[in-house]
Design a protein around this ligand. Sequence first.
Ligand SMILES: *Cc1c(COP(=O)(O)O)cnc(C)c1O
Length: 374
Amino acid sequence: MADFDKRIETLLASAGMSPDLQTGAVVPPIHLATTFEKTAAGGFHYTREANPTRQTLESVLAKIAAGTTAVAFSSGMAAAASIVGALGAGSRVVYPADVYVGVRKLLRDVAPRWGIEAHPVAFDDIENVASIVNESTLVWVETPSNPMLRITDIQAVVDMARSRGARTLVDNTWPTPLIQKPLALGVDFSLHSLTKYIAGHTDVLGGAIIAADEGPLVDAIREQQIVAGAVLDPFSSWLTLRGLRTLAVRMQVACDNADRLASFLSEDNRVARVHYPGLPTHPGRPTAEKQMSRAGAMLSFETRAGAEGAMAVAERTRVFVNATSLGGTESLLEHRASSEGPGTPTPETLIRVSVGIEHVDDLIADLDQALSAA
Ligand SMILES: *Cc1c(COP(=O)(O)O)cnc(C)c1O
């Protein structure tokens, strides 16, 4: 049969599977070995440098994100630190002022120690951003943003960066490659916390960088992976492959649920504002429609009952778990400003929600009863 370009759902359903040559096992084994016989085929040497299970995951990630190569790390932050470290002294990173809190600390506090300048900016004024972008700049984008769900026009950033010889990265943790494909829009790197939707079951910590093309910066990222040593271990790599096989169905249900929940909240007069790019009133919706196939499964809302009211809602839910993080099968919510700590730009009245795959009526009923406490 002639080969054909399979759709992402098909690739995901059998991610990393090709029957084991020795046993015929359909699901691949976990290669826990740290060292490999020198004369053996396969060319593996030592697991920090390369491991068969990690390599299988990396090749699946590259494929589903429309990239050339992927590099897997022990966390999303290890992936972020590796690309920033790979840039080298004298480089510059321009990033959204409301970037994910861990990345903000990395760029604001750690990058300067490595001789890297980091500038927080507002991406709604691209002209203004352009004025500080030069050819040794990495332009860091996160869209939708966390936790305000602001949408940045990826194509506009790519065009601006290219005209100045700069490179671009999109933190694609929230939408996943199913919903948003930055590399197909000309972005150079996409970053993922695998911890979230990709592994998908709240039991793996991992991260990855996927590159559009090979090149010296990719070599430097791989060198960071191997030499700095924050590699993804074989068991986490295997669990991530298992999670990937249901990514499409999990995302579909979670997005359907988020859509319903956002409509419910937007019609509730105990709620002051709902931030969800699928709502007709969301200012980023036209751009979201251009670059996202769905509006995603993350949303946030602000209560009318002040900071204490918001905290009371988070404490009263019985289906939603009051916990940080996102992207699992279970729904989570949290009073986000408390998680981010002092100095956060996040409103004190805001609750961030990671919508899971439960029955949507139970999710709506739970928020309804919890809001009565506000
Ligand atoms: C969680 C997260 C990260 C960091 O990933 P870890 O796996 O926790 O290190 C980075 N970016 C975004 C958008 C995230 O949600």
